[in-house]
Design a protein around this ligand. Structure first.
Ligand SMILES: [Zn+2]
Length: 677
């Protein structure tokens, strides 16, 4: 037991009242990072001061369990503290905002109202929301949950009141549905509670109802935290109470059996309900929703992932890490760390995406999966980034930020159609295939749902803050043009970066408070030598890729920090393969632009199950001929930014290489077959 544990074990429950503001922020962490400070304090006060005003509901009891919450070593900033400046991420955010505002909440609410016995106000949307083709997955209503989250994030990211109004409107309607339905459950399933009842009774059930409900839970949480909507909290708590009531007679074995069906991040969101309310009954249910069949081997560093559905597992592991932060239980963290490591180092493609046809495959079989049109489901990347971010908070090492950067550019930024704002499902490694995107109102895939969230929260992982050696520190993880306002420290800065077109970034201090701050600038793993100048004078040189460059001083308004992280080309072999490799420039995966363009809009697609069939005419994909170790030297820059051309490598023709994130409406190639000279 270390000294911190000793201190905790000596603490009585009432000592919670002595929590400092910093400690409160640490305890709430992750999801609640979005909340205003006031909201966090109010939430936490349920734990700290259980006194009720006359007529108010009974105070929430201090949890009787001895919890050892984990201090977050790096904490995220509230999304409202960061604003994107001009660049590809702001462009993506704006496209997403436009799409969100084009959707009609009443259409998403249609089946919620029907199931509550209320008259719908508009016709239901298509795709997964209502069309019989997808009745087998029972995802009806998932979009509304994602939409609540996305609008809440977008409100925090932009300050545009329209997004808060949308959240408030939807929550009001859901509250009406919940009151009318009387049980606490709100849902949009075509057969109302039938499949949930079947699951709970351990009878044959259709679809993934808990997966879908998780999105609604999460949407309510986010409407509460980001939009300060107290009704969302009320509806969420009643929904959570329904979940307790409906599962209370299940034995542990029955519960564990139920978890064989995909259930999203139910453990994570119920842990958040515990953090918000302080009521341990939600923590207990969160732990029941933690799938032991996955948790146990992972916590023992055993990889049993072959054949498992990737996006079923990742959210469970996000929940494990969340539970670790709230309880201190080490097996949760051991599982999350091992899972991350095994997926990132042995199960991922160069972009950071993983799996084929949504499933993990044996780690020696990457070659076999290259021809698939259904590799790299975008949801998997979304959830791996959520996990990465959480792990970084307890262990702020640059390796997590390296993966975050790589995956953010090469899967998330790459997933959005620059013309329509629509989003990918799979990101195919099939040589010569192309990106297909959802349609605006007839697809509503899982990846549409996570997709609308992706582009509303780019500001959440550029900067983090923490304390080291009694000095506050500011992590600069990503070179994304943005402003940061660290109110608590009185420190503000503007980051101007044309990265990745140029391997530099410039930070200018625009407000400074008293006292030292250690600036921790990431020296990326892909960069051999990084340098930092302060006000024109060389301040640090690092030849250790994958670490932070620390600059401690009392910063003044006008100070300029110039970061130089030169990018270089390299060939990255496909995992466990001797004859396939990708071309990478810094963190950016380059794809061969193979032409055969389609008109914007022609690549919008309704049915994700038929991806791989349209636009599948054979396209000639060159091979690269020569010695892999010498190939990077034969790829030359052109006059266009981030555009390269092979020189004496391609057969039968040379190829033009551009960032995969920029590829749209044309056929491309990610992995090159390498043929010895
Ligand atoms: Zn998906």
């Amino acid at each position: 037991m270390n000294s911190e544990d000793q201190q905790r074990s000596n603490r009585q429950p009432g000592d919670e009242q002595g929590l400092t503001r910093r400690r409160i922020l640490q305890v709430l962490g992750t999801a609640a990072a979005a909340a205003t400070l006031e909201a966090r304090l109010r939430d936490r006060s349920a734990l700290a001061a259980p006194t009720a005003a006359p007529g108010a509901p009974a105070p929430v009891a201090v949890p009787p369990v001895a919890l050892h919450p984990v201090a977050l070593r790096a904490q995220p900033f509230n999304l409202t503290a960061v604003r994107l400046l001009d660049g590809p991420f702001k462009d993506a955010q704006e496209r997403d905002a436009k799409y969100l505002l084009s959707l009609d909440p009443n259409r998403m609410l249609h089946n919620f109202r029907v199931n509550a016995g209320l008259k719908p106000k508009a016709a239901v949307y298509g795709g997964w929301e209502s069309v019989p083709t997808w009745a087998d997955i029972r995802a009806h209503g998932h979009t509304l949950g994602h939409y609540l989250t996305a609008c809440a994030l977008m409100y925090a990211s932009t300050g545009n009141d329209e997004f808060k109004k949308r959240c408030d409107y939807i929550v009001g309607d859901l509250e009406e549905c919940q009151t009318a339905a009387k049980t606490g459950l709100i849902n949009a399933f075509p057969d109302n509670t039938t499949q949930i009842d079947n699951l709970v009774r351990r009878q044959r059930a259709t679809g993934v109802p808990w997966y879908t409900l998780h999105k609604i839970f999460a949407g309510l949480r986010d409407a509460h935290l980001y939009c300060d909507n107290t009704a969302a909290r009320t509806v969420l708590v009643k929904l959570s109470d329904w979940a307790i009531a409906t599962t209370q007679n299940m034995t542990d074995a029955q519960f564990e059996g139920m978890l064989e069906t995909e259930h999203g991040g139910m453990n994570e969101v119920l842990a958040d309900v515990y953090a918000i309310t302080g009521d341990a009954k939600y923590l207990k249910l969160a732990e029941r929703f933690s799938h032991k069949l996955l948790l146990e081997p992972l916590s023992q560093s055993r990889d049993t992932l072959d054949g498992l559905h990737s996006n079923t597992q990742i959210p469970k592991v996000v929940g494990f890490q969340r539970l670790h932060v709230l309880t201190g239980e080490p097996s949760y963290s051991a599982a999350a760390q091992f899972f991350w490591k095994t997926v990132v180092t042995t199960r991922s493609f160069a972009t950071g995406g993983n799996a084929d046809n949504e499933h993990f495959f044996p780690v020696t079989e990457f070659d076999r999966h290259i021809p698939s049109a259904k590799t790299m489901e975008t949801c998997c990347s979304h959830n791996m980034l959520r996990l990465t971010r959480m792990l970084f908070m307890t262990d702020p090492t640059a390796g997590y930020a390296d993966y975050y950067e790589r995956t953010l550019y090469n899967t998330i930024l790459a997933s959005q159609d620059p013309d329509t704002g629509m989003m990918t499902y799979f990101q195919s490694t099939r040589p010569g295939y192309l990106k297909l995107y959802c349609t605006p109102v007839d697809s509503f895939w899982c990846c549409t749902g996570t997709g609308i969230e992706n582009h509303a929260k780019y500001g959440d992982s550029i900067y983090f803050h923490g304390t080291q050696d009694d000095t506050d520190c500011l992590y600069v993880n990503l070179f994304i043009a943005s402003t940061l306002n660290w109110k608590e420290k009185g420190l503000a800065l503007t980051q101007t970066a044309k990265f990745p077109e140029v391997g530099t970034s410039r930070l200018q201090v625009t407000a400074a408070g008293p006292g030292d701050v250690t600036l921790k600038i990431r020296h990326p793993g892909w960069c051999a030598m990084a340098t930092v100048k302060v006000n024109g004078t060389m301040a640090a040189t690092s030849q250790n890729p994958g670490v932070y460059i620390a600059l401690k001083r009392t910063w003044k308004v006008g100070d300029v920090i110039e970061v130089d992280v030169p990018m270089a080309l390299r060939m990255e072999p496909l995992h466990a393969s001797t004859n396939h490799a990708a071309v990478i420039y810094g963190p950016i995966v380059l794809a061969g632009a193979l032409g055969n363009k389609v008109a914007p809009g022609a690549d919008l697609h309704v049915n994700e199950r038929t991806i791989g069939e349209p636009f599948n005419d054979p396209i000639e994909v060159p091979v690269l001929v020569g010695d892999l170790a010498k190939m990077a030297a034969k790829i030359k820059p052109t006059d266009s930014p981030l555009t390269f051309r092979t020189d004496g490598l391609g057969r039968p023709a040379e190829v033009t290489l551009v960032p995969y994130y920029r590829i749209a409406h044309e056929h491309y190639n990610l992995y090159w077959r390498i043929v010895g000279a």
